[in-house]
Design a protein around this ligand. Structure first.
Ligand code: 5RP
Length: 257
């Protein structure tokens, strides 16, 4: 890995703890105005000081984040589908690497849909993106998105994460599952977990705790932060778990729910 690539990656995965709290607000790319993200700027602004990086689309970045911000950006560069479309897995690369560089991003993110109808297309997207990003030292985050019918178990998620890493993703975003240690152990690049659908705050904090205990370098969490009654309290609590190994029951007490 060259210096630029390592430098960008260390803007996201903090070298002092080797962990990261990424804030995901990219949901609109196929879900439209997701609950809690109707006005992205208003959601993002109070959370930004506590995020190690912000994952979002270029459209929202341009109008919702102050260019003076020093928070590293992980730019979603795949899409082209919607929740109403033919098949969620029918994604393309939607942003050129040139535009990602112009936006001064620290990494780019793309979804792969292993086992879905357009699996091949999404894996080819990943290969193309990695090859282009290698030229400029930009890390690629592969998101192991799952179709409605896919089971989120260790066998499936290990398969998806490993394929992403073999194609050249520099880090991988996946879901927490039973036997998650196996997913991490068989994936040669760092793994972060998505939060998934909104669950009780106590459970989301346990999820983050278990994920890092089982080897994840952190979280790329969205709905369980910005849909909480106390989004700022929630991201602060997640930070304590991820960076300080705090216990979920201890940080839960500080939430204003
Ligand atoms: C879907 C995505 C997301 O849009 C998002 O990042 C998910 O975050 P969360 O599940 O924590 O709301 O990557 O594939």
């Amino acid at each position: 890995m060259d210096w630029g690539m390592k430098n960008r990656l260390s803007q996201i995965i903090k070298p002092d703890t080797n962990r990261t709290v990424m804030l995901a607000v990219d949901h609109g790319y196929f879900l439209g105005p997701t609950s809690g993200l109707e006005e992205p700027a208003k959601t993002i602004e109070p959370l930004l000081p506590y995020a190690d990086s912000l994952m979002l689309t270029r459209g929202v970045l341009r109008v919702s984040v102050n260019p003076g911000s020093s928070t590293p950006i992980v730019l979603r560069v795949s899409g082209g589908n919607s929740i109403l479309g033919e098949d969620l897995s029918k994604e393309a690369i939607t942003v050129s690497v040139k535009d990602a560089i112009r936006l001064n991003v620290s990494a780019v993110a793309l979804s792969i849909y292993v086992g879905s109808k357009y699996e091949h297309q999404t894996l080819k997207n990943l290969a193309t993106l990695v090859s282009e990003c290698e030229e400029y030292g930009i890390p690629v985050l592969a998101v192991t998105a799952v179709g409605k019918e896919m089971v989120r178990d260790a066998r499936y998620l290990s398969l998806a994460c490993r394929i992403a890493a073999e194609i050249g993703a520099h880090f991988v975003k996946t879901y927490y599952c039973e036997d998650f240690q196996k997913v991490v152990k068989t994936c040669p690049v760092p793994v972060v977990i998505a939060g998934g659908k909104k669950i009780a705050e106590k459970d989301a904090l346990k999820l983050a705790y278990n994920a890092v205990k089982d080897g994840a370098v952190g979280v790329d969490m969205g709905r369980n932060i910005f849909q909480s009654k106390d989004p700022v309290g929630m991201i602060k609590a997640v930070r304590q778990i991820v960076h300080e190994n705090a216990k979920p029951e201890d940080v839960f007490r500080s939430l204003k729910l």
